[in-house]
Design a protein around this ligand. Structure first.
Ligand code: C2E
Ligand code: CA
Ligand code: CA
Length: 546
């Protein structure tokens, strides 16, 4: 390369700069040529007025780029000068060139960077609501989980608008979009620290926040509250209803995509069960883990890996222990304790539940016999899955398990979840249950208030007890409204001559309120956590509770 010191060759170099700017179709804010010392020979243009050339070329990033050009590479880089993003383009120096004679142009990249940022934000947002889209939310959740590490927790909630396709059909796309914008606006009012909101597709929103399972009810409550008021559409207004599913990091997934998928699955399940307004927490975790759990569960049932813990129910009138509920526990040698909320749904889907239920009934009956032998008779409640009641031999097997161990029916309760579709239970089974109830068996409707909520079920099933779901109990001291609901449910139970149980009692305030409302029995951490069988006797020895 010729030396730039002669005027002629300098002109040639400047020509090269101009050619360069033509080649990249840019209007330079400066063109430059370097001299032998690698410093600046010439800086021309708008930038030259505000920047001292020598200092500029001594900046380590700029000097590095010059070295790169000297090694024969072409250079294209973004740097900042002051606050301005500046694109640097340098032509590769000719082979054998010394420090002298690198030519380049600098262009103002402000507008282009803004366009890129705009485009990026447009591509990551829903065109209707302006909320982040699925890909952007996945990125956000991934960043948040990485930040939290395995010890932190985060809840991902998916909110489906119930029957949004019908809304679109009846009101058209424009009004449908207006509804979505209104919902998005309302979701901004969800008052949970650090909450992020996104839109997955038409009629499907997602929110996440760094709260754990304990914070989930409040989170969901806040979301539900946003749907209490009708939304104005055209000259009308409609009440739209949310179907909500949730997944919790790390239990239900360790990355954004899986967490959103599991929350969607949970919402779908809630929708299928007709649990509009109700949250459903993802039961399905990693497909691979589900499979592992299923195959291990089979052997656990055959071996001795499953056992029972017992949680007392206290009579709120007499303060005596009324009964204990048997809860399945599974300690897996390698996987650790696997929670019923994980393995029961898997057992239900795979058909293993019936084996599990009869295992629990047999075990509980044997335990009851043992306690009786030790002079302690206590009523035992077991959980029965909807699927169990569809089997014609359920009643006879239950009866045989008790009579073969001389355990009277008067000391046994079955808890049937309210989500059970009674239509699927045969008349023969209903008659059998009726007969067992007339001999002293208690039937309790578990999770009352969360399911089909039809009072009809109280008539159809020969139940003797209703067990208010813990979500009502946790709210009972929080609002006048919740308290009215609980009061009404207790009155309803009593008017049908059923005993009423409150589960999930965690505080003395809840205990006092439920007593004052006339609730009959209470169960929950405030009284005792589920305990191994050998701790039950000492608990029973205390004749009254508190
Ligand atoms: P569930 O029948 O509603 O049982 C009550 C659950 O609430 C138990 O969880 C219990 O440990 C928990 N709990 C008790 N007191 C409190 C409290 O004060 N606060 C809170 N937050 N929770 C409380 P667990 O043992 O994990 O069981 C979860 C569910 O798994 C049960 O809900 C039941 O649906 C199912 N399950 C457990 N064992 C069996 C079983 O043997 N057969 C069947 N079919 N289902 C079972
Ligand atoms: Ca139960
Ligand atoms: Ca329950």
């Amino acid at each position: 390369m010729s030396s730039p010191s002669s005027a002629g060759s300098l002109d040639a170099l400047l020509d090269q700069c101009r050619l360069l700017s033509l080649a990249v179709a840019a209007t330079p804010i400066a063109v430059f040529v370097t001299d032998e010392r690698g410093g600046l020979l010439l800086l021309q243009g708008r930038l030259a007025e505000s920047v001292d050339g020598q200092t500029f070329f001594q900046r380590p990033d700029v000097a590095g780029l010059v070295r790169q050009a000297l090694s024969g590479e072409s250079v294209k880089a973004l740097i900042t000068v002051g606050r301005t993003p500046v694109e640097v383009i340098m032509a590769p120096a000719q082979p054998g060139a010394t420090a002298a004679g690198v030519t380049g142009i600098l262009t103002d990249a402000t507008e282009r960077e803004r366009d890129i940022a705009d485009l990026r934000s447009k591509l990551s947002r829903s065109p209707i609501t302006g909320l982040r889209n699925r890909a952007a939310m996945i990125t956000e959740i991934d960043a948040a989980t990485q930040d939290l590490g395995p010890a932190g927790t985060l809840c991902v909630v998916v909110v489906l608008i119930d029957r949004f396709d019908q809304v679109l059909e009846s009101f058209g796309f424009a009004s449908g979009s207006a509804i979505l914008r209104e919902v998005a606006q309302r979701l901004y009012a969800v008052d949970v620290p650090g909450v992020e909101i996104g839109s997955l597709e038409l009629g499907k929103f997602t929110l996440f926040a760094r709260v754990g399972p304990d914070g989930l009810p409040r989170f969901v409550h806040q979301i539900e509250a946003m749907f209490l008021d009708p939304v104005a559409v055209e000259r009308d207004s409609i009440l739209i209803r949310p179907v909500i599913g949730a997944a919790i990091y790390p239990g239900h997934g360790d990355h954004g995509e899986l967490l959103i998928q599991n929350a969607e699955r949970a919402a779908r399940a809630a929708g299928e069960r007709g649990e509009v307004h109700r949250v459903h927490v993802a039961p399905a975790i990693h497909p691979r883990r589900n499979f592992a759990v299923l195959s291990e569960l089979r052997s656990a049932l055959n071996g001795h890996a499953l056992h029972l813990e017992y949680q007392p129910l206290i009579n709120l009138h007499t303060l005596e222990v009324d009964s204990v509920e048997a809860l399945a526990r599974w300690d897996h040698a390698a996987m650790g304790r696997i929670h019923p909320d994980e393995f029961i749904p898997i057992a239900e889907r795979s058909g293993l539940i019936t084996d599990l239920t009869h295992f629990v009934i047999d075990r509980a009956a044997s335990q009851g016999r043992e306690w009786q032998g030790a002079g302690q008779t206590v009523r035992i409640a077991v959980n029965v899955a909807p699927e169990d009641l569809r089997r014609p031999d359920f009643g006879p097997r239950l009866e045989a398990a008790l009579t073969s161990r001389s355990v009277p029916l008067t000391t046994f309760t079955i808890e049937v979840t309210e989500r059970t579709d009674l239509g699927l239970i045969s008349d023969a089974t209903l008659l059998q249950l009726q007969r067992l109830v007339s001999q002293g068996l208690e039937i309790s409707i578990d999770d009352f208030g969360t399911g089909f909520s039809n009072i009809g079920s109280l008539h159809q099933l020969p139940c003797t007890q209703i067990k208010l779901d813990r979500s009502f109990v946790s709210d009972v001291n929080k609002s006048e409204h919740s308290q009215r609901i609980v009061r009404a449910m207790i009155q309803l139970g009593h008017s049908l001559a059923r005993t009423v149980v409150a589960e999930g009692v965690e505080t003395p305030e809840q205990w006092d309120t439920l007593r004052a409302l006339g609730c009959d029995l209470a169960q929950g951490y405030y009284i005792a956590r589920p305990m191994p069988s050998d701790e039950v006797n000492p608990f029973l020895q205390r004749a009254t509770w508190r």
